[in-house]
Design a protein around this ligand. Structure first.
Ligand code: MFK
Length: 165
């Protein structure tokens, strides 16, 4: 546990690219809730290399996207990414721990407007992100995953479902 006193949130599912502990190619994020915010502490490593010594922008984007998927615990909805914007403010060195924090900015009907920031242990904000998530019904997943896998995901995630969507 990164920080005692904060609630640990379960991965979306064991093989999730962002947070699945059983995905060796993934980021294996450990995510915690702090009030209405969620956060993860992450040091990109050689698997996430872009330029020599630096994290790849796609890895940074994936971390932000997946962390946004944990704000759904706070909002208590099922939703997926419609748009994702990352502002790369400064190069992110491999091996340097960053805390990425995400939260709901505001909600407008099915639209969840989310924001995140990645701050190094040195206090430098190296990236920020904004996303639009759209609230969906569980059928969004049932059409593609096996019934067993989808059920397992939502057994771990007591998120409210909605009619239609
Ligand atoms: C427990 C949950 C686990 C979640 C795992 C999280 C993992 C991390 C997050 C992800 O990686 S999710 C995977 C990547 N995302 C996707 O695969 C989503 C693919 N896109 C879709 O399936 C559909 O586009 C989507 C379900 C998101 C929306 O389709 P819909 O047909 O249901 O909605 P629609 O297009 O009508 O838009 C809904 C509303 O949003 C509005 N909207 C759409 N795009 C917009 C936009 N760009 N800006 C502003 N508003 C927008 C749209 O006008 C409309 O407004 P109204 O409700 O008022 O009519």
């Amino acid at each position: 546990m990164a920080d005692s006193g904060f609630a640990s949130l379960p991965p979306h599912h064991p093989q999730c690219l962002g947070c699945g502990p059983d995905n060796p190619a993934g980021l294996q994020l450990s995510v915690y809730r702090d009030g209405d915010e969620v956060f993860t502490d992450l040091a990109f490593d050689a698997r996430h290399r872009g330029a020599p010594g630096l994290a790849h922008g796609g890895a940074i984007s994936a971390a932000c996207d997946d962390l946004f998927g944990f704000v759904l615990y706070v909002v208590e909805e099922i939703a997926v990414t419609r748009t994702l914007t990352v502002e790369y403010r400064a190069p992110v060195p491999l091996g340097q721990r960053h805390r990425i924090t995400a939260r709901l900015h505001h909600r407008d009907g099915r639209r969840l407007h989310l924001e995140a920031a990645g701050v190094g242990d040195d206090g430098v904000t190296r990236f920020t992100a904004q996303a639009l998530f759209i609230v969906v019904d569980i059928d969004h997943f049932s059409d593609h995953g096996t019934e067993h896998d989808v059920h397992a995901m939502f057994t771990q995630h007591p998120l409210r479902t909605r009619e239609g969507g």
